[in-house]
Design a protein around this ligand. Sequence first.
Ligand SMILES: Cc1ncc(COP(=O)(O)O)c(C=O)c1O
Length: 397
Amino acid sequence: MDKLDHTLGVHAGREDLRELGVHALPLDMSTTYPVTSLEQGTQSLDDLVAGHAEAENPVYARLFNPGVARYERALAAAEGAEAAVAFSSGMAALTAAVLATRERGNHIVAVRPIYGTTDHLLTSGLLGNEVSWVEPDTIADAIRPDTAFVLIETPGNPTLELIDIADVVAQAGDVPVIVDSTFATPVLQRPIEHGAAMVMHSATKFLGGHGDVIAGIMACSETWAARLRQVRVATGALLHPWAAYLLHRSLPTLKLRIERAQAVAGELARRLAEDPRIERVYYPGLPDQDGDGLMQRQMEGPGCVLSFDVAGGYTPAAEVISCVKLMTPAVSLGSVDTLIQHPAGLTHRVVDESDRNNCGIREGLLRLSVGLEEVEHLWSDLDQALAAAHARRSKAA
Ligand SMILES: Cc1ncc(COP(=O)(O)O)c(C=O)c1O
């Protein structure tokens, strides 16, 4: 299937607009829909509750919204998937996957590092699940008859570890593999092509791209999509139509944004890697960080997020967060502006300290989500913040 090129980005999911006689995406805010006959309403309700992608009448907005469905068609095309199902957040999408796979069992196999709240959701067993945290090469040993799915995140949040999707799929056998591809987006990685059963996105990030929408989406086969829709109808985690509108409006510029931010991220990573104030940079685009060529095989590029350990640990790292002026000191990622945050203190705070340490989330680690600004402006901001942190450190010593 076609890759997410600029043409697909601009036109996907908009196939019916000409017929509707409109140019911009229509926004349908109805919560309920008049039925033309009771029979029509009943049949449509039955269809949507059973997980069909559409029905003659939407009946009620928790069951269906045409704008959400349009965005789902677009994202499915971008991922090379049969279907996609959109949710009110990335975590709602993952929750729906846990519930939709429950028939297989309640055991999940997962790999760290992974987004902090994902780690917390699985570890806490809030959804009645059990989890085995394993290394990527021991997945096969962890599979049990009641394993519902294998979950990996690649690149991983926050240390950008890459996992070989095809290898994980081979190890999992008939157990479905879910790939959180939030950091890559379909511009850089299409996990379905490597055998993944479902591809998850926190659409809050690059897919939204402007820091103004919370959303999640799961791209998968029509069979899995029907199960996910059943869960969504019953649990009510549908994406809001306005959020779907914003996501769909952001799709034509996704590739441009990724390409631009990735070029800037690459330059910042190179400069940081040579900087004595930095202990280590995590970015799969650096020459020494793709030893076995996985990034080249599996991705179209290393992406727009990088992390680095500030020499001296927590105190200088916290100082950098306080001293940046152009960058936004905030969690989240994938916005047009550059965001910098401290994973151990914020996004991964909910993960046990020892588990954090074991997967490289140390006290001096900062994560940078690079935006669209000029590289020299970003560098001088980072440079002055590092200088301030370093000066304070020298004074203290
Ligand atoms: C990789 C990844 N997956 C999932 C999520 C959760 O998504 P949301 O915040 O949209 O629920 C996040 C949020 O930061 C994330 O970074």
